[in-house]
Design a binder for this molecule. Structure first.
Ligand SMILES: Cc1cc2nc3c(=O)[nH]c(=O)nc-3n(C[C@H](O)[C@H](O)[C@H](O)COP(=O)(O)OP(=O)(O)OC[C@H]3O[C@@H](n4cnc5c(N)ncnc54)[C@H](O)[C@@H]3O)c2cc1C
Length: 326
């Protein structure tokens, strides 16, 4: 990218707050050799979020507010981002690799007849080419993927890679004055049904307690829920567990599930297969309980406990309850 080009960062909001994965993009934009960093904050009643983003390294923050943007919709978010692109003329648009980001990035690129880069760990623009550094073969290798630079180039970045941005001198907030009345919104929001399994979204959780096939059965999985409750964590699972129907799919961590980066990941009866590892290996501290001393998860774990989880976990729960005052 030319040194003058602006990088536009898309800030998704949920329940009136910026998503952590989107805020990470500000750190990524600042780390690139780009010129100005602009951000578009999308949601309903999110002017305070825009002020916060202005203090996190965005030179200009475009505020895209509308009651219809309270919840994600492709058409609403696309209208907001297109409006911010028209206002900022960016060279690159960065989007978080969230579920909605995976929807938006190819949509925006394809609507211009362009290619896009997804799930990147790094990116750069060189001589009319956009290069994304991304994991391939279930994280066993890292590849440079090259596409023609677009106008702008749309890039989604893997969540949990860049960390949260530092506080910087505040930029300015500009209202976009969106009129979504003229936008065809083909999807109607009917209602929200809250999934059980913790108050925090798995990808935002500071503590994740993940159970694997070693737990034994859907009934025995209660021990994982009890441990999560005792430690104040969010419940996750391996694909073996979700495929068996012991837990819902949205709790799955890994290549075909959520990408987590908690302060503490506790894997119980989890072997640590590479497809699971790609979704949790960036956790700050990994603790594993497994009866097989050769289980691959022990190669990633800071703390490993070899033994039968059905003996160890009840002791752990009792100790946690004692320490946390019942
Ligand atoms: C294309 C593809 C995509 C995939 N995507 C994903 C993904 O996104 N996420 C994912 O998780 N997997 C994914 N998988 C599956 C993955 O390869 C593994 O099969 C899966 O992660 C294994 O889950 P597990 O660790 O629960 O089970 P297992 O590998 O069966 O491990 C169970 C572990 O429990 C231990 N154990 C058993 N009993 C006890 C006990 N009583 N006490 C203590 N330990 C005990 C065993 O020693 C063992 O290590 C994918 C596979 C493919 C092919």
């Amino acid at each position: 990218m030319s040194s003058e080009a602006t990088t536009l960062v898309v800030i998704e909001t949920s329940a009136g707050a910026a998503r952590d994965q989107s805020l990470e993009l500000l750190a990524a934009a600042r780390a690139s050799d780009a010129g100005d960093v602009a951000a578009v904050v999308i949601g309903a009643g999110v002017s305070e979020v825009a002020q916060r983003v202005a203090g996190l390294g965005a030179d200009t923050v475009y505020l895209a507010e509308d009651p219809a943007l309270e919840r994600y919709s492709t058409a609403g978010y696309v209208a907001a981002i297109e409006s911010a692109i028209a206002a900022s003329d960016p060279g690159v648009v960065l989007i978080a690799g969230t579920t909605s980001g995976r929807d938006l990035t190819p949509y925006l690129a394809a609507s211009r007849g362009q290619e896009c880069l997804t799930d990147c760990l790094e990116f750069r623009i060189e001589e009319g080419q956009a290069i994304g550094v991304r994991p391939v073969y279930q994280g066993k290798m890292i590849a440079d993927v090259t596409i023609p630079a677009g106008d702008p180039t749309f890039i989604s970045l893997r969540a949990g890679v860049f960390g949260q941005p530092a506080e910087l001198v505040g930029g300015e907030v500009v209202e976009l004055g969106l009129d979504l009345g003229a936008v065809d919104m083909p999807v109607e929001f009917v209602g929200l049904s809250q999934a059980k399994g913790g108050d925090t979204a798995l990808e935002d959780a500071d503590i994740v307690v993940a159970g694997g096939r070693g737990v034994g059965s859907a009934e025995q999985y209660q021990i994982i829920l009890d441990l999560a409750q005792a430690i104040g964590g969010t419940v996750g699972a391996t694909r073996a567990v979700t495929d068996l129907g012991w837990r819902p799919h949205h709790e799955q961590i890994g290549q075909t599930g959520a990408n987590v980066r908690p302060k503490l990941y506790l894997g119980v009866g989890v072997s640590g297969a590479v497809q699971h590892a790609v979704g949790m290996q960036n956790s700050e501290t990994i603790v594993a309980i497994n009866r097989d001393p050769d289980a691959p998860i022990f190669r990633m774990a800071e703390i490993g406990v070899v033994g039968d989880l059905h003996e160890i976990v009840p002791h752990l729960i009792a100790k946690l309850e004692e320490v946390r005052g019942g």
